[in-house]
Design a protein around this ligand. Structure first.
Ligand SMILES: Cc1ncc(COP(=O)(O)O)c(C=O)c1O
Length: 391
């Protein structure tokens, strides 16, 4: 007799990025010369002052249980950063929950508010886990597929026409992974208007807030008039502080929206290790000079990789406004999954197939600019060009 998992679990697909990353590691273990351009976590090691803060917190005995919502040192440092950078003035005690990675916080946000029969608007192309997190919560993911020709612009009309009587939440990722779109004030006001007209909760993922190029500006949705009370905002330490392995993120919002997450958290994750939060507080309060250096490197890479890919006939590689990816389109009948396989087989380069970001991502692939050192990213782009030229 076999024991079946719950159907909500059997429906779940693995994230395309994890599968691609695993492939890169497997091939490298076999001794192949692999260039990993798959996952988004930077290749950098966590800056030294952050590591030292974590180690010294461990050595001083911070090894025991901790408060579920987070320790005061971390929450106060976060409140100061939100005030300085995101135009948010939060109550550090009541309006934040610290989570083991932002992925867990995003899942808690969806699971606490979405249940059977609830519709969730997902703006596509979308990060690999939102749809699955909605499905794990037994909600319905409603795709709002943005048009590439219109540079993935969000419009009031398109959002409005996707709203149903069952709509509960809208998920937005700004800057967007994988397209790199940084939403303008007008677009965010359109999101706000739809949320207010239909009493929707907004879940806004600001993972790539520090990676913004040219004259684009990052605006925090929750800071718009009338939005604080209906928005949960997600932040992570994985990208700007290269803390992927520490698992540190947080969700910020009014206490009425945070408390349901806390109820789940107390019975599941419990808390984030206090020594990790001390390292996170140091990340927020210590030197920030590595961030513009990493961002400028991505800026250089995005210009260079776009130039290389746009030289191939049938390939269009727009310049991302933010985040740390390229999302080129190619004109060929080959599927994005098969093309990604070809990149590995012929040239040892691992990317993420576009279909992993939703059906509208087909005929695209995603190149992560921070997963490998800059010279390897450029070499990877050259190898990709060789494959594309042979299609
Ligand atoms: C848009 C987005 N949100 C959330 C995450 C999850 O980050 P973490 O769980 O490491 O904080 C990622 C990581 O790839 C991401 O790209």
């Amino acid at each position: 007799m076999s024991i079946e998992p719950a159907s909500r679990v059997t429906r779940v697909q693995p994230p395309a990025t994890l599968a691609a990353g695993e492939k890169a590691r497997q091939q490298a273990r076999l001794g192949k010369d692999i260039i990993d351009l798959s996952q988004s976590s930077p290749h950098h090691i966590t800056p030294d002052h952050i590591i030292r803060a974590g180690v010294s917190a461990l050595e001083s005995g911070l090894t025991n249980i901790s408060s579920s919502s987070g320790i005061p040192e971390f929450k106060q440092a976060l409140a100061a950063k939100l005030n300085a950078y995101n135009n948010l003035d939060i109550d550090a005690d009541a309006e934040v929950i610290v989570t083991p990675g932002s992925k867990m916080g995003l899942y808690e946000s969806i699971n606490a508010f979405v249940g059977q029969g609830d519709d969730v608007l997902i703006i596509e192309p979308t990060w690999v886990s939102f749809r699955q997190q909605v499905e794990l919560s037994e909600g319905n993911a409603i795709t709002v597929a943005l048009s590439e020709e219109e540079e993935y612009m969000i419009t009031y009309d398109q959002l409005k026409s996707s709203v149903t009587d069952q709509s509960k939440m809208i998920v937005i990722n700004n800057p967007n992974n994988p397209t790199g779109r940084v939403y303008t004030r007008q677009e965010l006001e359109d999101v706000a208007r739809v949320c207010q007209e239909h009493n929707l909760l907004a879940l806004c993922d600001e993972t790539y807030e520090y990676f913004i190029y040219d004259s684009n500006a990052h605006i925090t949705l929750a800071s718009l008039p009338g939005m604080w009370n209906r928005t949960l905002t997600s932040y992570t330490f994985t990208k700007a502080y290269a803390m992927a392995g520490w698992r540190l993120g947080c969700i910020v919002g009014p206490s009425e929206l945070i408390n349901p997450l806390l109820s789940m958290h107390e019975h599941t994750a419990s808390f984030v290790s206090p020594f990790i939060q001390i390292a996170g507080a140091q990340a927020l309060q210590g030197p920030q000079d590595h961030i513009p250096i990493w961002r400028d490197e991505c800026d250089m890479l995005r210009l260079e990789v776009a130039r290389m890919l746009n030289s191939v006939s049938g390939v269009t590689c727009p310049l991302p406004q933010g985040a740390t990816f390229m999302f080129p389109r190619y004109d060929s009948p080959i599927s994005s999954a098969a093309l990604s396989e070809l990149f590995v087989e012929e040239e040892g380069v691992v990317v993420t197939p576009g279909v992993g970001f939703g059906l509208s991502g087909e005929n695209h692939f995603r190149i992560a600019l921070m997963r490998s050192p800059a010279d390897r990213v450029l070499e990877g782009a050259q190898r990709i060009v060789r494959v594309l030229e042979g299609l």
